[in-house]
Design a protein around this ligand. Structure first.
Ligand code: ASP
Ligand code: CP
Length: 324
């Protein structure tokens, strides 16, 4: 019953105390557990306000965020937890030159039961997981990974298509610097008959580390680099995942200037698409996804962002939920 307290079944031992640094850390069964709990939470968002009672969650965000920060914040509060929000790095002693190590040790010393961290450096989340004993959840580590985004992305595909197996998934845009792309590619590699199509000019193509992983896992993928091949690629897709040009990660600003505006998804491009094609985007969008798509059934991206809340509530419940 909506509103009724029913903490029971969402508390499970499977992921208790675990770090979530990479999408590679999760098996298909574990992902299934996260989805089960997320579904339960979604059906009764106000019904689990004891799950984090007495628990403290630190949100250490050293890069801008709207969705990830606020959904983790609201998730923890809705589950009855205390939140320490450190999302203005310039107001912390990091600005005075304090190391990440010392900062993490302080959070640990004040009794943080879980640390959610976003940081511009690849490897930062793994480093954090190595130096503190509380579980660390990666909320974005440079261009490397964004695993909780990938979890909500796969949840979106499941909710909208009814299945993930057999999905033909196109990823379009800045595949080189986007961290959501590797995490999503890693996560969908757990499913059967998934086909990936990386649609981007050569300068923005997916990184070799991702290709190697997919190769090892026998996941079929193609790279579409030529403009004239895009219509044919789009026509085969069940899902098109669009990404923003990651301006802040370009080592050379002139390269960003050269590539900006080199792709845009609009209704013209979608005229080749199946009527059931779902368009996803981790957001924020800048100018790569036309707002005219918002009014069509192709637009999955706002629901996708909304699913971030039950998914992050489920992650907290599973990793640090109260069992007493
Ligand atoms: N919000 C996502 C991220 O932090 C995608 C983006 O910024 O383009 O990776
Ligand atoms: N999708 C995502 O990570 O959004 P934010 O950068 O706004 O958190």
């Amino acid at each position: 019953m909506p509103g009724e307290q029913s903490a029971g079944p969402i508390i499970r031992e499977d992921l208790r105390g675990r770090d979530l640094v990479s999408a590679k850390d999760l098996t298909r069964d574990e992902l299934g557990i996260v989805f089960e709990v997320a579904k339960e939470v979604e059906s009764n968002l106000d019904g689990f306000s004891n799950v984090l009672r007495g628990r403290r969650v630190a949100l250490l965000f050293a890069e801008p965020s709207t969705r990830t920060f606020s959904s983790f914040y609201i998730a923890a509060r809705r589950l009855g937890g205390d939140v320490l929000p450190l999302n203005e790095p310039e107001m912390t002693s990091l600005t005075k030159g304090e190391t990440l190590y010392d900062t993490l040790k302080m959070l640990e010393g004040y009794g943080a039961d879980c640390i959610v961290m976003r940081h511009p450096s690849r490897g930062a989340a793994r480093f954090a997981a190595d130096v503190v004993s509380a579980p660390v959840i990666n909320a974005g580590s440079g261009s490397q990974e964004h695993p909780t985004q990938a979890i909500l992305d796969v949840y979106t595909i499941l909710k909208k298509r009814g299945k993930v197996n057999g999905t033909s998934l196109g990823m379009l845009g800045d595949l080189r610097f986007s961290r959501t792309v590797p995490s999503l590619a890693y996560l969908v590699s757990n499913f059967d008959d998934v086909e990936l199509h990386f649609i981007a000019p050569t300068a923005l193509q997916v990184r070799q580390e991702v290709e190697l992983y997919l190769h090892d896992r026998n996941v079929r993928y193609t790279k579409v680099t030529k403009q004239q091949d895009i219509p044919d690629a789009i026509s085969r897709l069940d899902v098109l995942y669009v990404t923003r040009l990651q301006k802040e990660r370009f080592p050379d600003p002139s390269e960003y200037e050269r590539l900006r505006g080199s792709y845009k998804v609009d209704m013209g491009m979608l005229r080749y698409a199946k009527s059931t094609l779902g368009v996803m985007h981790p957001l924020p969008r800048v100018d790569e996804l036309d707002t005219e798509i918002d009014r069509t059934p192709h637009a999955w991206y706002f629901d996708q962002a909304r699913y971030g809340l039950p998914i992050r509530m489920a992650i907290f419940a599973l990793v640090v939920g109260e069992t007493r």
